[in-house]
Ligand binder design. Structure first.
Ligand code: TYM
Length: 370
């Protein structure tokens, strides 16, 4: 089915053909065209997403985000970012940050991202992100940012001493997405509100200037696994910043640590291995198992009918180790060859910079800068 929009003709999932447009339209669409490098041939939808290089990548990041990116990468035109400018919104040790960036790049590749399908780069290597972020800050009402739940939870009670960057964080994230005329943003559930803000900002800017400067992106959030919960307190999401390492399974945890963490993971006294919203601990573990095995809820419940939490936890541990061990092996090999990793990141930044610059230039022209 052909669906005609104001700038393109879409032919169902993934395909976009350029439609007939007027001279004026072509001029205002310059950034878009440079970004998409579209021809008459069908092209893939653009995907953009990112992870902060802060601490340990955990199974929530993997199952809620990176694994899905890798699984779908051949179908899309992908850009994945290591968002180091976001990482400095909270205090970071410089050496640790530098290393975390390389570690995350290695993990991206080890988790299956392939540079044949994806451009991988470090946010601060493409200066257009920071420049665009200043401009878009000037177009963002404070009220919109004060409603962001992540700011409220990360900022804590003492808002006066929190860095301004934490408050403006969602604007930088919006710029990451909008600079590349992104169609789809695959993320976990905790980023839903930020993608909504991105859409609002883009719509508002486009309508203010009467032009389609930005593509309006769609969030892509899976039904299962979009919010993996803490092992310790299953009413909270699993998080890199939780000071309690037992609250999460890190992608780099070895078999012994995984066994210990799963053994002490919070469940309940009912000892029924069933999905049950009233029992978030066991349900969270079952969800992880479901994502790792690809089985349905019914199949899993049947497998463990009449068996206790001990049996289930042993099976979950085995699956986690089997999934993570090959990732860890690839990760070690990649970290042993840092020059190749650095070259890959440089290439990624060189590839995406012209796209970011095209959008930034368009924005500056439209608002009268320069
Ligand atoms: P970050 O680094 O906190 O998380 C990276 C990705 O992992 C997902 N995620 C989870 N999914 C399921 N269960 C969990 N417990 C869980 N915890 C995290 C996140 O939703 C995310 O998809 N602001 C972003 C990074 C960012 C970004 C962007 C993302 C910056 N610019 C542009 C998309 C597009 C963040 O802090 O993600």
């Amino acid at each position: 089915m052909l669906v005609e929009t104001d700038h393109e003709v879409r032919t169902g999932e993934g395909s976009v053909y350029r439609a007939e447009r007027s001279e004026a339209d072509i001029a205002t669409r310059e950034g878009y065209e440079a970004n998409k490098k579209r021809t008459e041939a069908p092209v893939k939808k653009r995907v953009f997403s990112g992870v902060q290089p802060t601490g340990n990548l955990h199974i929530g990041n993997y199952l809620g985000a990176i694994r899905n990116w890798a699984a779908a990468q051949a179908a899309y035109d992908n850009i994945f970012c290591i968002v180091d400018l976001h990482a400095i919104t909270v205090p970071m040790d410089p050496k640790e940050l530098h290393l975390s960036i390389r570690q995350l790049a290695a993990l991206y590749l080890a988790c299956g991202l392939d540079t044949r399908y994806c451009k991988l780069f470090v946010q601060s290597h493409v200066r257009q992100h920071a420049e665009m972020s200043w401009i878009m800050n000037c177009f963002t009402p404070m009220g919109w940012l004060s409603r962001m739940t992540q700011f409220k939870s990360k900022g804590g009670e003492d808002v006066d001493s929190v860095g301004t960057g934490l408050f403006c964080y969602p604007v930088l994230m919006a710029c990451d997405i909008l600079l590349y005329q992104t169609d789809l943003v695959p993320v976990g559930d905790d980023q839903r509100q930020h993608v909504e803000l991105t859409r609002d900002l883009a719509r508002r800017f486009n309508s203010l200037y009467g032009q389609r400067v930005f593509t309006i992106p769609e969030p892509q959030i899976r039904e299962v696994g979009a919010r993996i919960m803490s092992l310790d307190d299953p009413t909270n999401k699993m998080s890199k910043s939780d000071p309690n390492d037992n609250s999460r399974i890190n992608v780099l945890d070895d078999a012994n640590i995984i066994k210990k963490k799963i053994a002490r993971a919070t469940t309940d006294s009912l000892r029924l291995v069933t999905f049950d919203a009233e029992r978030p601990g066991i349900t969270n573990l079952l969800t992880i198992y479901q994502l790792l095995t690809g089985q349905t809820e019914q199949e899993i419940e049947a497998e463990f009918a009449g068996r206790g939490y001990g049996d289930f936890k042993a099976a979950l541990t085995e699956r986690l180790v089997a999934t993570l061990a090959p990732i860890q092996e690839r990760y070690s090999a990649l970290m042993n060859d840092l020059p190749t990793l650095e070259a890959m990141l440089k290439q990624g930044a060189d590839q995406v910079r012209p796209m970011a610059e095209a959008t930034l230039q368009h924005v500056k022209d439209v608002i009268g800068l320069g």
